[in-house]
Design a binder for this molecule. Sequence first.
Ligand code: SF4
Ligand code: SF4
Ligand code: SF4
Length: 359
Amino acid sequence: MAVKTISVMIKPASSLCNLRCRYCFYADISENRTVASNGVMSEETTDIIIDRIAEALEGKGTANVSFQGGEPTVAGLPYFIHFAEKMKEYPDIKVNYALQTNGTLINEEWVKFFADNHFLIGVSLDGYKLNMDHFRFDAENRSVYYTILDNIRLLKKHKVDFNILTVVTKDLAKHAKALLRFYKDNRFQFVQLIPCLPGFHESTDAFALTVNEYASFYIEFFDEWLKELKNGNPISVNLFENLYGMAHGQPPYQCGMLGMCMMQYVIESNGDTYPCDFYCLDEYLLGNLHEHSFNDFNASQTAKKFIADSKCTKKPCETCRYVKMCSGGCRRQNICYLTDEECAYQKVLDHVLPVLSRM
Ligand code: SF4
Ligand code: SF4
Ligand code: SF4
């Protein structure tokens, strides 16, 4: 059956990246599967992906295409120019492009391309320089902080929509106030906070948030955010935006906030497709787009099991007053806020929901 909208996440450079961030989650995932990197995507695979998208939409509808990595810009600008040109072979498909980048390899030429094709750019930037240099640096251990700020200026100059993605580590969680001040001083208006998670087969590590750190960070950050909002300095923060909408009866736009997995169609550079970015592992492989359609993936046992297994069975959820709006959250991310004994997200909801629902 044809669908009207399809959302895919493409990794044109597989796990390749020019940076060596200490907590890199995709480096962790790729090390846990048989082939760590599939290299840069070929033109043949690119064309097959686009034809498969068109097949799923029967030539008409909306395709939300996001590029991630590793670092997707490692694939080079000609890769993206080809992608956008090939997509034009299907004029009845509206394409919404997004690209998540470490912001170090782009220049004016890239930015003009993003502007021309209406890309939404997510730039990874973990706040102020001291924190950035501690966690995010290149292969020679050099700081990339000023390069990224310069490239953000280019995005602003060419009026490219962008948001800032910040990984909240154990260290950064102690500095909620300084982080908010950094966003304000740099006039960053759209921010996504991503809790740092432990490795796939671990329950904790040196950088990941613990349950207590999760609660104290989000509560302090919310209080600072609210002060700034009242002072006329609004900053859109993904979690608060979602919760505001949910408090007013709207569905969340972020996967996992309803406690149920959805097919994300994460496409590796050789066409291998997985259900979610957190699960690009051999046992979750749905198949390869060279041989299978998106409909084949949906009908697969792997997909059905992935969705069925997403139901949370942790004890605090059984009696939680928020279970209808949350149901355990994202099965991968809840590792940093939900244990068999307690839930930090519940504490955050207790603190922020009464305020958001009055707004
Ligand atoms: S920029 Fe992203 S992909 Fe590259 S090392 Fe850092 S976290 Fe990993
Ligand atoms: S693991 Fe989380 S992000 Fe992935 S599909 Fe499930 S809810 Fe969504
Ligand atoms: S206990 Fe936490 S994860 Fe479970 S439903 Fe409540 S808020 Fe959500």
